[in-house]
Design a protein around this ligand. Structure first.
Ligand code: ZN
Length: 422
């Protein structure tokens, strides 16, 4: 591929995706504001106007901030690529490390420096989001101290996990012959499976406490349900989400012996026992329908495409030059190729967002149907409304925006499906 063609494709995809993101977000904010004055008829009996308006204001505050972040991210992406930022960083790190650390040391240093700079530039946005927007709407429970501890822990864990897998992939790129991308893909898959087991059992407990459900009254119902559904009773945990935020949630995660259903304590406090049972039945629906496994399989397939693409692009001089980087003459370009792909690929992958969202919404409908069969659709509907209110989720999203981005169906659609005759 010639360099000008690469630049042109990249710039075109960036401009079009930016336009679409801006358009979608503006639609969403306009639609929500238009319906701010009145709770939709279907929810009029169950949702107070004040909660509806808070959800609208929260959606718009997030949306505006999102546009600001989008503008910054896009400028940064251009800075790294076409304006020569990564090229400059590369020259600097190369001069600093190639001699004392060797080619692997230089490549890992480049990746680490890139990741660190990205984190630092992202920091003001994260701080503003947590301590201004979340604070303003009464969701933030994080102290600055906890924030710093989290950040430091995250940095260490990221380095501990990220550097070895990066080193392994860089080594395979250099040593495994022309089919290195197949080997690298295999290593990446093994790594992902490992994380899926380690995340719930080792990594998440470094940030939160996970405890078995304590409430005896709820426990009996919940254990009966888990037995009916064939799920190991030790797989239900309560997480102290209230340490960081007032948002409530429940999720299903992990593989094999590490699989578990996690309830945030914030959610548990708000739900009646029958509603807790219904939410658990929904999460067990994800387990019964093997949604985690299906997700992994599609990730396997997509990352194979990604590595094949990397295998081809990393040997094209035009790929580097077209994205603003002068390839090294005396050292491997593998770290550069990895970073460039990580920068450029999301711009193109964005256009496929609706496919992933649709699949995710399909899974949510399946889990809801399962909950309805095993527990009660009405209880789940009530629990969902409380969850919506606690998260200030809007009940009136723009239909196009929701089709494009929503991983969960809009509340109106979910409740309609739960209440429809079977
Ligand atoms: Zn779900």
């Amino acid at each position: 591929m010639s360099a000008p063609l690469v630049s042109l494709l990249f710039a075109l995809a960036l401009v079009v995706s930016l336009g679409m993101k801006f358009w979608l977000s503006s639609r969403q904010m306009r639609h929500v504001m238009l319906h701010r004055g009145q709770v939709p008829a279907a929810f009029a009996a169950s949702v107070p106007l004040a909660a509806h308006q808070k959800a609208a204001d929260y959606t718009v505050a997030k949306g505006r901030f999102g546009l600001l972040a989008l503008a910054f991210e896009s400028a940064l992406l251009l800075g790294w690529t076409l304006l020569g930022g990564l090229d400059a960083l590369n020259s600097w790190i190369y001069g600093l490390t190639a001699e004392p650390l060797g080619t692997m040391g230089y490549q890992l240093s480049l990746i680490a420096a890139f990741a660190l700079i990205g984190m630092l530039l992202d920091l003001p946005f994260e701080l503003w989001n947590t301590f201004r927007i979340e604070q303003q709407f009464g969701f933030n429970r994080m102290t600055l101290k906890l924030y710093v501890i989290d950040a430091v822990k995250g940095l260490f864990i990221g380095a501990l996990i990220g550097l070895p897998i990066a080193a392994l992939i860089l080594w395979l790129m250099g040593a495994a012959g022309s089919l290195w991308w197949l080997w690298a893909w295999g290593a990446w898959m093994g790594f992902n499976l490992l994380i899926l087991v380690l995340y719930p059992t080792v990594i998440a407990p470094l940030f939160n406490k996970f405890e078995p459900l304590a409430d005896e009254g709820v426990k009996v119902r919940v254990e009966a349900l888990m037995q009916r559904c064939g799920f190991a009773a030790k797989g239900l945990f309560v997480m102290d989400g209230s340490r960081r935020s007032g948002h409530g949630n429940a999720y299903f995660t992990g593989l094999g012996a590490a699989k578990r259903v996690v309830f945030f304590d914030t959610l548990l406090e708000r739900l009646a026992p029958d509603e807790i049972e219904a939410v658990l039945a929904h999460e067990l629906g994800h387990f019964k329908h093997r949604h985690v496994q299906k997700r992994i399989l599609s990730m396997f397939a997509l990352s194979l495409l990604g590595f094949a693409l990397l295998g081809w692009l990393s040997s094209q001089v035009g790929f580097y030059l077209g994205l603003g980087v002068q390839p090294n003459l005396a050292a491997p370009n593998n770290a550069l190729a990895l970073l460039l792909l990580m920068l450029a690929l999301p711009v193109f992958v964005f256009f496929f967002t609706p496919l992933g969202s649709r699949l995710s919404r399909k899974h949510e409908f399946e889990a809801d149907a399962y909950a309805r069969a095993q527990s009660s659709g009405e209880d789940l509907a009530r629990a969902l409304l409380k969850l919506h209110e606690d998260n200030a989720g809007t009940l009136t999203p723009d239909p196009v925006y929701a089709r494009f981005y929503y991983s969960h169906p809009p509340a109106s659609e979910r409740l309609a499906a739960l209440q429809a005759s079977p």
